[in-house]
Write a protein that binds this ligand. Structure first.
Ligand code: ADP
Ligand code: MG
Length: 330
């Protein structure tokens, strides 16, 4: 049974960055205002995510890492309308089958926190009282220690770390009311360091640099036609002065970080047609749709979404982007 669990867990957590994404989304679910990530050896030695969120109750600790037994399970029926990002209740469980997980947490009003380690879905010991200030810290050590082949394919820790930095950068420019940091173990400075700000442009500047932030145009669109599509979109897109080797598309749909290849392709087409010299754009886009129009119940590792009325929405956004670029180019 343990082998089956491990294989399933390895599907959910395919790369160190997949673990970081799940942990950060849990921190966001816990209403954190500050999230720090520390990484050693591309995440294989250590991933540590610390937040200042509401913490985990003592009585939830024994079942925390059991599959599908999270505090949200009582609401599991309305999977479609779940607003928070967690909805499968298997991320932490999976991590315990492919790494050594230690949780330190304190809930509001408590004098001390608790620390407990997990292996293969269960607690290794009773939670021990410990000093803690606020929120939760989750540490994963020796990721994929029991998956020899996986470890072999992950030889390039610089590459894995780059993916983690890229992930945190994306979260940081969307959740601008949250401070993010991402640091490599032993490094003096953080590679992502964003302080909560009311200005999206400020956040983009602090994460992606001035060269990106100064070449952006604000875009907005909405459609309220219930027969074809209902959505709101806003974001920033690069202008003719932004020249890059590859497209950066940061897409959030209903506050979930996702990918939508059809939309990305459609927007690249517009850039090639209108700004051929700047045809690899930087795009940040946040789309809000009725939750029942977004299919989030896809395979856990797939960030690709499918939308109801996808073609209508993609075309609408395409035409908005096209007219904005034409105007800016005049
Ligand atoms: P899911 O997020 O799908 O519910 P997870 O395995 O990711 O499943 O997390 C299990 C549960 O553990 C969450 O539902 C939440 O109640 C709790 N939890 C995990 N991380 C945190 C955190 N950083 N702060 C507070 N609660 C957390
Ligand atoms: Mg989760």
């Amino acid at each position: 049974e343990s082998v089956v669990n491990r294989i399933a867990a390895g599907e959910v957590i395919q790369l160190p960055v997949s673990a970081v994404k799940e942990l950060v989304e849990n921190s966001l679910d816990a209403s954190s205002t500050s999230i720090s990530v520390l990484v050693k050896d591309g995440g294989l030695k250590l991933i540590q995510v610390s937040d200042d969120g509401h913490g985990i109750r003592y009585e939830d600790l024994p079942i925390l890492c059991e599959r599908h037994t999270t505090s949200k399970l009582s609401k599991y029926e309305d999977l479609q309308s779940i607003k928070s990002m967690g909805f499968r209740g298997e991320a932490l469980a999976s991590m315990t089958y492919v790494g050594h997980v230690t949780v330190t947490t304190i809930t509001r009003g408590q004098l001390h926190g608790y620390r407990v380690s997990y292996r293969d879905g269960v607690m290794e010991n009773e939670p021990k009282a410990c000093a803690a200030v606020k929120g939760t810290q989750i540490v994963i050590e020796n990721l994929f220690y029991n998956m020899v082949a996986r470890r072999k394919t992950l030889q390039n820790s610089a590459d894995d770390y780059t993916k983690i930095v890229d992930l945190l950068s994306r979260f940081a420019i969307h959740h601008i009311d949250v401070s993010f940091s991402c640091r490599k173990h032993g490094a003096a400075r953080a590679d992502v360091h964003s302080v909560a700000t009311p200005s999206r442009l400020n956040a983009i500047r602090s994460v992606y640099g001035l060269s990106v932030a100064q070449n952006l145009i604000k875009i907005e669109a909405s459609d309220n036609d219930p027969s074809s599509s209902v959505f709101e979109m806003d974001g920033f897109i690069s202008n003719s002065n932004y020249v890059a080797k590859k497209t950066t598309m940061v897409l959030f749909i209903n506050d979930r970080l996702v990918e939508c290849t059809a939309l990305k392709r459609a927007l690249e087409v517009v850039y090639v047609a209108t700004l051929p010299k700047a045809s690899k754009p930087f795009i940040y886009m946040s789309i809000t749709l009725p939750p029942e129009h977004v299919d989030v119940n896809v395979h856990p590792t797939k960030r690709e979404v499918s939308l109801l009325n996808q073609e209508v929405i993609v075309e609408k956004i395409q035409s908005v982007v096209e007219s904005v670029l034409r105007n800016s180019n005049e």
